[in-house]
Design a protein around this ligand. Structure first.
Ligand SMILES: [Zn+2]
Length: 75
């Protein structure tokens, strides 16, 4: 009888482990998707030099500040 309980316990543990692990993987994928979404979004950032708004993936990042062009970045 104790053997049966042990086997049931092991099966339950494996079952519980997989059930518990699955949502974490889903949440990770969701996070990755969210991350990709933010990268592809054309957020506008203000140029630290001239004040012009430019797309975040086209701007130049220099010392934690965004610039619209190389000219502004080197000023
Ligand atoms: Zn600028």
């Amino acid at each position: 009888m104790i053997k049966y309980l042990f086997v049931i316990g092991v099966i339950w543990a494996i079952y519980y482990f997989f059930i518990k692990k699955k949502p974490n993987i889903d949440r990770y994928d969701y996070k990755q998707k969210q991350k990709k979404k933010t990268i592809h979004s054309n957020d506008m950032v203000k140029c630290a030099s001239c004040g012009i708004y430019c797309e975040i993936d086209e701007c130049i990042l220099n010392s934690k500040k965004h610039y619209c062009s190389n000219e502004c970045a080197t000023q």
